[in-house]
Design a protein around this ligand. Structure first.
Ligand code: DGT
Ligand code: MG
Length: 404
């Protein structure tokens, strides 16, 4: 038994953007439970509930040591009645009964499976479940009309649900850099998202593209996409104008240069082993490629050719010489680049908290495009993330400590 006096109390600021959250987590038993309930709420379109659990999970993630007693949590922000109940359950019983029953529920399982398809959100999954569709077989049998994204998502389901490694992210980064160099010299590519925060795996790879000369980036995305497509790197792509009008959190739509944000949701075809190429001796690589791609065999007849092609396809499938990876590309003008980098580095909760801080504490509006000061009624220009934190009156938090 540990007496109350021996249990250290924590003191933690209430906004996640005021805290340093590394990848070290001393309370994963608690954060896993709270994150699952957050995810379940989000899958059920209960956004308020989802955010409450996310905030509670982020707070537990930021604690410097393992929590062993409820009394340590006294006075901490972000912990509502429901989250405290879940934490208490885990501390006393090792697991939360609510989490366990959620995990077992038919609805949660179906929502996970169906939203695991790229292009399927909570609303679509809910509609399918109401029609009796709980898994991929039932979906295939149902004859539901799928859009282009969902068809691709279903086709590459296993690949897209397998975490992307940092090595794969780097290999894709090299391809994107090559694409950008080929269509506009001087363009720059920045890795954003979870990998910029030092995560070792991710669900996708996020890149931000810009050019040091303002305006040169206009029309860049279609050219990059066309190059990637011509080289056979894309299994799927959809380019959208990331119009300011669509974002709920940004300030009122300003000057026309805001129209330029473009985003490409894509699925890359990544050759396996590509990420290890640089660490392997050249000869070994040559041999491997020849063995798989160019079997030394004499072909005399069409039938032999057909056999060979069939063999090759089977060989390719069993060797799985490539895999599908989700990649997000965003093009930003250099004048907005610092805001875009900050906005696309995440984590999602860190971003949400930055915007809440800006609005509630500073009377400012922050988006991935700009920072607007509502008191001075003007935009605040920035060329680095450090400057943006300074405008917001926040201590600078580096990417590796934004893992809230
Ligand atoms: P993961 O799941 O391993 O890919 O983790 P992250 O942190 O890379 O998450 P991701 O890829 O969903 O998003 C990266 C960041 O990009 C996220 O913190 C917020 C930002 N972001 C994502 N989608 C949008 C969007 O539609 N609009 C804006 N403005 N930002 C977005
Ligand atoms: Mg990501």
């Amino acid at each position: 038994q540990i007496s109350e006096a021996e249990v250290a109390l924590f003191s933690v600021p209430s906004y996640a953007c005021q805290r340093r959250t590394t990848r070290d987590n001393h309370n994963s038993n608690l954060t896993d439970a709270l994150s699952l309930l957050a995810e379940n709420a989000e899958l059920n379109n209960e956004d308020g509930r989802g955010v409450a659990f996310r905030r509670a999970a982020a707070l537990m993630k930021a604690l410097p040591t393992q929590v062993i007693s409820m009394s340590q949590l006294r006075g901490l922000p972000c912990l509502g009645e429901h989250s405290l109940r879940v934490i208490k359950d885990v501390l006393e019983n090792g697991v939360s009964s609510e989490v366990e029953s959620t995990k077992q529920s038919k609805r949660y399982k179906a929502l996970k499976i169906l939203t695991g398809i790229f292009g399927v959100g909570a609303k679509t999954a809910d509609r399918w479940i109401r029609e009796g569709i709980y898994n991929l077989e039932q979906l295939r049998d149902s004859g539901q009309t799928l859009n282009r994204a969902q068809k691709s998502g279903l086709e590459h389901y296993d690949d897209l649900n397998e975490p992307v490694t940092k090595a794969e992210a780097d290999a894709i980064g090299e391809i994107v850099q090559k694409a950008v160099d080929s269509v506009l010299t001087g363009s720059q590519v920045a890795l954003t998202g979870g990998f910029r925060r030092g995560k070792l795996t991710g669900h996708d790879v996020d890149f931000l593209i810009t050019h040091p000369e303002e305006g040169k980036e206009v029309g860049l995305m279609p050219k990059v996409v066309a190059w990637l497509e011509s080289q056979g790197f894309l299994l799927y792509q959809k380019t959208t104008r990331n119009s300011y009008l669509e974002s709920k959190d940004g300030p009122a739509r300003p000057a026309s240069n805001m129209d330029r944000f473009e985003r490409c949701f894509s699925i890359f075809k990544l050759t396996k082993g590509k990420e290890q190429e640089s660490t392997q001796p050249e000869e070994q690589n040559d041999l491997k490629t020849k063995d798989v791609l160019r079997p030394h065999m004499q072909v005399d007849t069409d039938q032999q050719l057909c056999e060979l092609s069939k063999n090759y396809q089977m060989e390719a499938a069993s060797h799985k010489i490539w895999r599908a990876v989700r990649v997000d590309l965003v093009v930003s003008p250099i004048s907005q680049f610092a805001f875009a980098v900050l906005g696309w580095t995440g984590s999602k909760l860190f971003e949400r908290e930055l915007r809440r801080w800006a609005g509630h504490e500073k009377n400012m509006s922050l988006s991935s495009h700009a920072l607007f000061d509502n008191t001075q009624n003007k935009y605040l220009r920035a060329t680095s993330e450090e400057e943006i934190f300074a405008y917001l009156g926040l201590e600078y938090i580096p990417p590796s400590e934004r893992n809230a």
